[in-house]
Write a protein that binds this ligand. Structure first.
Ligand code: PEP
Length: 257
């Protein structure tokens, strides 16, 4: 089996301004250092609001802090008359490596369809960013179609037409588990993540499927992360609420299987 570096990603959503971000990132870095955390065992990704990115990038660069940086969204367009949009080119210039695309909050509150998600995934790749593609079923979907049908269909549409071997990260985030305190079970996560990996295989090829990190997200905490990480097809977590509390996020990063 291909070794995949586990990826723990913190989605700050609309929390922490750029000054709070500096204090947070420094504290997280020192908490991990004090605990003797080995930085190459797990990749840590931070996804702050756009307005924090420049500040956080300067800080991690100057202090050689080993966190990867990502944005929470990107425009489908490269430049031009799109007021309020942020180009992938700008994110790449800020040394962002990742961008979250299709988070359920964007699908739900900002009308992002599968077509929009697919065009944003293509835009991210055009600019050398790795899209973190979020898929997941609502409680209603779960009842009518079971757990995997909706996320599988969402991922198929997000990957359609991409070059084989394209680098992506997939995040399985059941909508009912996000911010609810009710995480999926490890078995549920494994079952859907394995199916999503198969979708990556069909769309991007067997090598890409073996290399691609598939994350679980939805009420991940220090108390349940290890359970997910023991599953063969779960390669990390996309963490919302718990990524805003330094000690809790550090404990998630330091999970022990
Ligand atoms: C998220 O919104 O991506 C998420 C997983 O949130 P939480 O961890 O708070 O459930």
């Amino acid at each position: 089996q291909t070794r995949r570096t586990p990826f723990i990603a913190g989605n700050w959503k609309m929390n922490l301004d750029h000054l709070q971000a500096v204090a947070f990132v420094q504290k997280l870095h020192w908490t991990l250092k004090d605990a003797g955390h080995e930085t190459d065992t797990v990749e840590v990704g931070l996804f702050p609001p756009f307005t924090d990115l420049r500040t956080v990038q300067t800080l991690v660069d100057a202090d050689k802090i080993p966190f990867a940086l990502g944005a929470q969204d990107v425009s489908a367009h490269d430049s031009g008359p799109y007021t309020g949009e942020i180009s992938g080119a700008f994110l790449a210039k800020l040394e962002c490596r990742y961008v979250i695309i299709g988070h359920s909050e964007r699908r739900q509150y900002h009308g992002e369809t599968d077509e929009i998600v697919a065009s944003k995934v293509a835009a991210a790749l055009r600019h050398g960013l790795v899209p973190v593609i979020c898929v997941g079923e609502t409680a209603e979907d779960l009842e009518t179609h079971g757990a995997s049908a909706v996320p599988v269909a969402q991922l198929e549409k997000a990957l359609a037409g991409l070059a084989s071997g394209s680098e992506v990260v997939v995040a399985y985030e059941p909508v009912w588990a996000i911010g609810s305190g009710q995480a999926a079970t490890a078995d549920q996560a494994q079952e859907v993540c394995a199916k999503l990996r198969a979708v990556v295989g069909d769309a991007l090829g067997a090598d890409a499927a073996a290399r691609t990190r598939v994350l679980y997200g939805g009420s991940v905490k220090s108390g349940n992360i290890a359970r997910f990480m023991r599953e063969p097809d779960v390669d990390g977590a996309l963490v919302g609420g718990a990524s805003l509390v330094v000690d809790e996020f550090a404990a998630i990063i330091r999970y022990q299987k």
